[in-house]
Design a protein around this ligand. Structure first.
Ligand SMILES: NC(=O)c1ccc[n+]([C@@H]2O[C@H](COP(=O)([O-])OP(=O)(O)OC[C@H]3O[C@@H](n4cnc5c(N)ncnc54)[C@H](O)[C@@H]3O)[C@@H](O)[C@H]2O)c1
Length: 324
């Protein structure tokens, strides 16, 4: 049986998921919902799907086995609730929203209904993430330093606090999620944010452009994850990743490779293949068989990452540590 998939959002990342689905057997993108019929139709035509500008109309039109939600952080809420009411499983892009209130309300309904969900924390699906977890199980980690140092994304919602929630919630959430995935739960955060460049450079910037967040983990590990969006575009300047300082050496992970440095010997593993493809394969497998074990980030788990990134914003605003 061919799985029928709907897609909400017609932007950059919808295209990534749509292309991956189009390249797979036994699944078809049948419906696309956008903020205008014109945008929805334009995208739908590329995949032989129907375009809609109204979500109810898309859901009424025909049976869907699942929906991909690829909208900006501020546009969540009604979409998830409608899918839950209709019992339609969804894969939602991170972050879950711009705060914790709405995701928690959605989580209550996800739990009550037992709906199948997956969240787009794709780094968990990298081969080097599995290898990193395995490696760390043989180390005692002392501390972790993480980073997302980049330029500012061009989309207008990103620079508004009420659009994206800011860089730590929108982007650096990936690093917080990988920290939780590999080193365990976070118990306390303390954050300092600042505005150095972007407000005077680009109209409408409300979000902080530098920030550093210190985190205490349940294991006793101390971590710091810093981010900035002040770097100039292009030229490959961006730096993302986590560095673990352990009793056996330095374990440095980034999306491209995993490097293990022990006294006198350094080993490197280069990442191969697409974690987005593996993320979708895991979701489709769960839809077909009911086996959710390959899904590495559920809505419930992603809520815990959201709680950490939102606590950092509270800490940065109040100047006080926040316990989770
Ligand atoms: N996992 C990843 O690696 C990754 C990468 C890029 C983006 N993302 C996430 O995907 C999401 C979308 O990012 P993007 O880069 O595609 O943004 P984008 O601005 O390119 O596209 C967003 C789309 O959502 C549409 N939209 C907004 N509100 C809507 C609504 N209520 N109903 C239907 N459509 C609506 C907009 O019209 C636009 O087409 C963000 O949350 C982002 O963080 C994840």
């Amino acid at each position: 049986m061919t799985l029928r998939i709907g897609l909400i959002g017609t932007g950059w990342f919808s295209g990534v998921h749509a292309d991956n689905l189009a390249a797979m057997d036994g699944v078809k993108l049948t419906a696309v919902c956008g903020t205008s019929l014109e945008k929805a139709d334009r995208m739908a035509r590329r995949y032989g799907a129907e375009g809609y500008e109204d979500l109810d109309a898309m859901l009424d039109a025909g049976p869907l086995d699942a929906v991909y939600i690829c909208v900006p952080p501020m546009a969540h809420g009604e979409i998830e609730m409608k899918l839950i009411e209709r019992g339609i499983p969804f894969l939602v892009e991170k972050p879950l929203g711009i705060d914790t209130g709405l995701p928690e309300q959605i989580l209550v309904r996800v739990r009550e209904t037992g709906l199948l969900t997956s969240v787009g924390y794709h780094f968990r699906y990298q081969h080097n993430a599995a290898r990193l977890k395995e490696e760390l199980s043989n180390h005692t980690t002392g501390m972790v330093l993480g980073r997302w140092m980049d330029s500012m994304p061009g989309v207008s919602w990103w620079r508004r606090q009420s659009g994206s929630g800011g860089q730590f919630i929108e982007q650096t959430t990936h690093m917080v999620d990988m920290l939780r995935y590999t080193a365990g739960e976070v118990e306390e955060v303390y954050a300092l944010y600042g505005d150095r460049v972007k407000r005077s450079q680009v109209d409408g910037v409300e979000v902080a452009d530098v920030g550093t967040v210190t985190l205490r983990l349940a294991s006793g590990v101390v971590a710091n994850i810093s981010n900035t969006c002040v770097l100039p575009e292009g030229g490959g300047l961006s730096q993302t990743g986590l560095t673990f300082y352990t009793d056996r050496g330095i374990v440095d992970w980034n999306p491209q490779r995993l490097q293990l440095a022990a006294p006198g010997v350094t080993t490197e593993y280069t990442e191969q293949g697409s974690p987005y493809v593996r993320e979708t394969e895991a979701f489709l497998h769960a839809l077909r068989t009911g086996d959710r074990s390959r899904i590495l980030s559920s809505y419930e788990d992603a809520c815990r990452t959201q709680a950490v990134t939102c606590a950092a914003l509270v800490s940065a605003s109040t100047g006080k540590p926040v316990r989770l």
